[in-house]
Design a protein around this ligand. Structure first.
Ligand code: AHM
Ligand code: MG
Length: 332
């Protein structure tokens, strides 16, 4: 066996470097890892049990709720039941924040999450993910003020994702680099796979739903045309990769470089993806890895949110690729 460091050991080791640490943050990460293991277990058997298909309900975004969306949401809620550390949970699947009222003392943190990202992949056994973002609450007591929750991405304490692919990866950052863990299902532990992951400054692939091409403003269309033009000196044409799961597409880019776009559309300038539990946490991670997250016009991490379920255009990946996309978009 190679020398293996479990997520728990790694977190405790990091905590020891900060004498003022209370262990509260570590406990949040370990509960997220637990939720991830439970979701991975459910996904691995989903085609065999009655877990495929829609619940018949629609979420706050008006999207069909799949049975596994609902189950993954409940798994996160259960992981933080009676938590003294997390006071409120904000999920893609819940219109309102869920305040934990059963704790002995109210927690200091808010946890934002997308319990199951890439829901259209559920029925076809393709990759899925979970995304999380942790903010420290300014006020104590209840109810939690909405203004306490509408914080910029730059104020995140930590963020990360779980990717349910051929293996289960947990990737997170608490502001000092990006670390990747892989679940060893034989022992039920996340083991350290890579520390201080860096995204290449430029890549050679792009990831976008190109079926939307005619809905984009001209600058975005010109950028995509540019990526497909042959030019050996600058490594074009880029290859196209799109899975329908944001986490899987961003994970590929984190490791290999390149650019992911869910851009503004002429008739939908706010784009599709959600700021607080999709764009902001992934931008925090990519920036920690040396990459960039942008709307095409401003850095995602600087946006002052106006609503918990707000949407934003997202252009994320290698620093140089995102900068170039911004130039095309801004000179449209
Ligand atoms: P979801 O959180 O409801 O699954 O929606 C987000 C997903 C992303 O994972 C993915 O990048 C995008 O929506 C795919 O959308 P489209 O099918 O429009 O390409
Ligand atoms: Mg999602």
């Amino acid at each position: 066996m190679h020398a293996a460091l479990t997520l728990t050991q790694f977190i405790l080791r990091e905590e020891a470097l900060h004498p003022q640490a209370t262990g509260e943050f570590s406990s949040i990460m370990l509960q997220i890892a637990l939720a991830g293991k439970c979701i991975a277990r459910d996904l691995s058997r989903s085609g065999l049990l009655d877990l495929i298909g829609s619940t018949g309900a629609r979420n706050v975004q008006g999207e069909e709720v799949q049975k596994l969306d609902e189950r993954a949401n409940q798994t996160f809620i259960a992981a933080f039941d009676s938590s003294n550390v997390v006071r409120t949970l904000i999920s893609e699947e819940m219109e309102k924040p869920l305040t934990i009222t059963t704790a002995k003392q109210p927690g200091k943190y808010a946890l934002f999450f997308d319990p199951l990202d890439g829901s259209s992949n559920i029925d076809v056994n393709a990759p899925l993910g979970s995304i999380f973002s942790i903010h420290r609450l300014a006020s104590s007591g209840e109810p939690v003020n909405e203004s306490d929750l509408l914080k910029t991405g730059a104020e995140q304490v930590a963020a990360g994702y779980l990717l349910y692919g051929p293996s289960v990866s947990l990737v997170y950052s608490c502001g000092s680099g990006v670390h990747q863990f892989i679940l060893d299902p034989g022992i039920g532990e996340f083991l350290l796979a890579a520390q201080h992951v860096r995204v290449p400054a430029r890549g050679s692939l792009y990831s976008v739903n190109e079926g939307n091409y005619h809905k984009w403003p001209s600058g975005t269309r010109r950028y995509l045309d540019f990526l497909k033009e042959p030019d050996a000196a600058s490594g074009r044409p880029y290859s196209s990769r799109y899975s329908g799961c944001l986490v899987a597409d961003v994970h590929r880019i984190l490791l290999k470089g390149g650019i992911f776009l869910y851009p503004a559309e002429t008739k939908k300038p706010e784009g599709k993806l959600r700021l607080m539990y999709e764009a902001a946490p992934l931008s925090f991670l990519l920036e920690q890895a040396g990459g960039r997250g942008s709307t095409g016009r401003e850095p995602i991490l600087r946006i002052q949110p106006k609503a918990l379920h707000q949407r934003v255009p997202l252009i994320i990946g290698s620093r140089e690729d995102v900068r170039q996309a911004e130039e095309f978009i801004q000179t449209a």
